[in-house]
Unconditional design. Structure first.
Length: 171
């Protein structure tokens, strides 16, 4: 009887140890086989690193199996978004700085007086649709034209005198 009891205890102990071993094997992934998860694709295999989250494509080429990291577009987008946000904040700060600098300046004499827009007069049509009245130039406009013509005439005369001296040899 004692022998049967020992034998039964040993069988129960072995079954408990085997069951515990199976439970431990399921709860803790194997150090080597649990790191990567492989998925079959038409070109080869996609490998996911469960520790880092890196994804690689593996192909069986002429030189054997080779794995290449898949570019992480999300990280590139996040980096670009971060750079643009920093640039945007820098630009906003610079705009605020320029606004305060501009507000602290004293207005210039030219800026103090508002400039009037030049007045344009529309040609007036007479009773007959074929006749158009053209406004005459102002005295100021006439003075400007006359001044221009006088300067041009003086230059022309000076040029003629220099040419005459050059030709006659009285330089």
């Amino acid at each position: 009887m004692a022998r049967t009891m020992y034998l039964t205890s040993a069988v129960v102990l072995v079954s408990v140890l085997v069951g515990a071993g199976a439970v431990l094997a399921q709860s803790m992934p194997d150090k080597e086989n649990g790191r990567y998860v492989l998925s079959q694709v038409p070109d080869g295999v996609i490998r996911l690193d469960t520790r880092t989250g890196a994804v690689s494509t593996c192909n069986n080429g002429d030189n054997g199996w080779a794995c290449y990291a898949v570019p992480d577009e999300r990280a590139a987008y996040d980096a670009e978004i971060g750079r643009l946000q920093a640039e945007n904040e820098k630009s906003k700060a610079e705009i605020e700085k320029l606004k305060t600098e501009l507000a602290s300046r004293a207005p210039l004499a030219d800026e103090a007086q508002p400039k009037e827009a030049p007045k344009t007069t529309e040609p007036k049509s007479a009773e007959n649709p074929r006749k158009i009245e053209i406004p005459l130039p102002s005295d100021r406009d006439m003075d400007r034209v006359m001044s221009f013509l006088e300067q041009a005439w003086r230059r022309l005369v000076e040029m003629a005198n220099r040419m005459q001296k050059d030709v006659s040899g009285k330089i």
